[in-house]
Each structure stands twice: as C-alpha cells, then as structure tokens.
Ligand binder design. Structure first.
Ligand code: NAG
Ligand code: ZN
Length: 380
C-alpha cells in the first residue's frame, strides 16, 4: 500500500492534537472498552516526518492499514548514534568448511514440531497472558538446547509489559572481543490486528517462521559445537508488532553498556513461498546497511539452495531498524519480494498449512553462514 494514500484515512496522523477517546468497539459477542488504551504514544512512521502523538488504540489502525512504525514513547530523547564504529564487513565467504556441517544437520522435522507448538498459543501478543506463556515456553526450549554447553547462555530480557525478549549467547573464544557482537534476530510476538489482546493470532509466518529458522540455526550450532571467535547472539524480540518495542529496548541497553555490533540480521517471515511457486530469498535493500546487504547476497549464493531477489519494505519494517537507528550495520531477509509476501499475517489465518519448512530452512542456512563468517575477525 502506498503510504500517502493510506494516511488520508487516518485522521489522527493529520491532526496535531490527540483525537478524542473512541467509544466501545464491539467484535461479535465481545465488547471491549477502549478505556486504558487512550494512553498517548509517540510514534515515528517515516524518516522525513516528525514523530506524532497518537492513542495506543490508534496504533491498531496503523497496523490494519499496513503502515509500519516505531513506538518511541520511551525514547523521546535525541537519538545518539554510536561514534567511531566502522566494523569490517567482508565481501566473500571464507569458512565453507566450518559452515557446511552445521547446515547439514538442519532438520525440517524439528522445525515443524517446534512451530506446531509455538502456534498453538491463542496469540503471542506482547501484553497478553498468552504472550507471556508463549515466551516462557520458547525460553524453555532454548534452555534445553543450551543445556550442557557452558559457553552458551540463554537469558530473559525483561520489559515493563508481560512478555520478555530472549537473548542466547555463544561466548567468544577471544576474551578481548567480548563486547563485539554478531546478532541474528527474529520476533517472538504475534498479533491479531482486529482484536490484539484476545483474538487468535497463530502467527505461523509472522514471525513464527523467522523464529523457527533462527531457533533451528541456533540448535544446529549448539549441537555441533560452534565456538566463535567473537560472541554471537541470537535474539527473539517481544513487542515488534507494538512498534519495535523489544528490539529498541535491547539495542538501547546494549549501546549504553558499551557493546558494539559488527552486524545484525533480522528474519521476519521466512515460510511463505508466494504465488509464483518459485522460492526465493527476499533481500531487503531499503533502510539497511548497504555493505552488509551486499554480503547477504554472497551468503545466499554460497550457502542457500535457492536464488535471491531484491525488494523494498519501507520504514521501520522490522527489528533490524532499531539497530540501524543507533548506528549499527543491519540487514533483513524475508520470504519473497515484499509484494508477494503472505497476506494472511496479523489474522487468525496466519497458519502453518500455508507455509513451507524447506523454505524456512533456507533462512537457517543463511543465518548459520552469517554467524560463522562474521564471528571471525578478518580484514581479508
Ligand atoms: C544431527 O546431528 C545429530 C547428532 O549428531 C544426529 O543425531 C541427527 O540425526 C542429525 N540430524 C540430521 C538431520 O542430520
Ligand atoms: Zn513480523
């Protein structure tokens, strides 16, 4: 959807003041008071427009209109980008021998079992009890994978809302590089755009698929003894659908703690092959780091079994934007061109039967290549 056209239907974006509280909204048999959802939120929906105060409940109108945004209410201060940080991004792969066994151990059966359970929670909305339950279940799976590997730690990253984010970290063998990170991410929340708190939102593709691709990459790396030179982290963010909330909190905290990110790769929607039936890896080229994105093309050529297509996704399209905003190189891979991507997302129809586990596995391969190749200190 063209953003300019959509904006005309969203009067709260045009007005400079907050709109009045909306009345009771009724969804079939259930009526929900919007009281409590009138809390003002500051959102940014484009690089060139100033941020706007809107009501919490108006965020749902934005999502229904297909407009991506960052909710920056908790970060109204000036954005401070990291200074003097120019990590080396390679232009070729050098570690095929190391990568190949990890890719060889990827299993679509494991992925299917995982996603079947992960989509069985009523929803994974970041402010619902199911959102909490589902991330506690995910945490348990990751802890099971990491059990017995002393150099792998799985941690909760708590937020002021119900659902936490999760960080799984491979400690690097070079202690001097402990604050230089390679990050692979996905978001663990899901959302029914008509009824966020109570509606069914299996979120199989958005972003159960990206979560599956990254969990399976993580599993294979752990099970096959991956020992990176610099630390590699896998992140699963809460509250992406609420405006990149989890990833903003994590990235800001990391920046404050003096951590430096060499490269971050987001996986959001990796399971839907699209109408053409010809599977491709969509590489997003807008609002990303160009050099890192060029390297993703090389990774696809080297490690995936399908070609890539270049596509654009718009402002604040997923959690990589949070890292980019503060000056860290980030990139984004998606299931197809943005136009061909799954139209059932944010509804009860975002289910597993529309997805391909072989397709999700291609993204696990890229994630593994990314983790291994960038974990080495190199200047080629
Ligand atoms: C992955 O490795 C484990 C342990 O070596 C093995 O039991 C399993 O069969 C392998 N799976 C695949 C799909 O290669
Ligand atoms: Zn998503």
């Amino acid at each position: 959807m063209k953003i300019a056209a959509a904006l005309a239907f969203l009067p709260f974006l045009a007005s400079s003041t907050l709109v009045a509280a909306s009345p009771l909204v009724s969804y079939g048999q259930i009526s929900i008071s919007q009281v409590g959802d009138a809390e003002p939120r500051l959102i940014r929906y484009s690089e060139d427009s100033p941020p706007k105060w809107i009501k919490e409940s108006d965020k749902e109108s934005l999502i229904r209109a297909g407009i991506k945004f960052m909710d920056i209410t908790d970060y109204t201060d000036e954005i401070v980008r990291v200074q003097n940080w120019k990590p080396f991004i390679p232009a070729r792969t050098l570690y095929e021998d190391e990568v190949t066994p990890y890719i060889g151990n990827l299993s679509t059966e494991t992925m299917e079992a995982f996603l079947t359970k992960f989509t069985s929670f009523r929803n994974r909305y970041y402010k619902s009890s199911w959102g909490g339950e589902s991330c506690r279940w995910l945490l348990q799976q990751l802890e099971n994978i990491a059990q017995g590997s002393d150099h792998v730690a799985v941690k909760e990253f708590q937020h002021p809302w119900e659902q936490f984010s999760i960080v799984a970290r491979f400690e690097g063998t070079n202690e001097d590089l402990k604050d230089e990170l390679v990050i692979v991410g996905a978001h663990l929340d899901s959302m029914n755009m008509y009824l966020p708190k109570y509606g069914r939102a299996p979120g199989a593709d958005d972003d159960g698929s990206g979560t599956t691709s990254t969990v399976e990459a993580f599993r294979s790396l752990v099970n096959n003894g991956f020992r990176p030179e610099r630390p590699v982290e896998f992140h699963w963010y809460s509250g992406e659908e609420g405006g990149l909330l989890g990833s903003q909190a994590v990235s800001r905290q990391y920046q404050q703690d003096g951590k430096r990110v060499v490269a971050m790769l987001q996986n959001d929607m990796t399971g839907y092959v699209g109408p053409s039936g010809n599977p491709v890896i969509g590489i997003v080229t807008d609002h990303v780091d160009d050099k890192l994105t060029d390297f993703i093309k090389v990774l696809v050529d080297s490690y995936a079994g399908i070609p890539y297509t270049l596509t654009k996704c718009g402002y604040a399209c997923s959690d990589h934007a949070s890292w980019r905003q503060i000056g860290f190189p980030s990139a984004f891979t998606i299931e197809s061109s943005f136009e061909d991507s799954n139209h059932y997302i944010h509804t009860s129809g975002d289910t597993i039967d529309k997805l391909s586990f072989d397709h999700m596995k291609e993204f696990s391969k890229i994630a593994i290549g990314f983790a291994v190749e960038l974990s080495h200190v190199r200047s080629d």
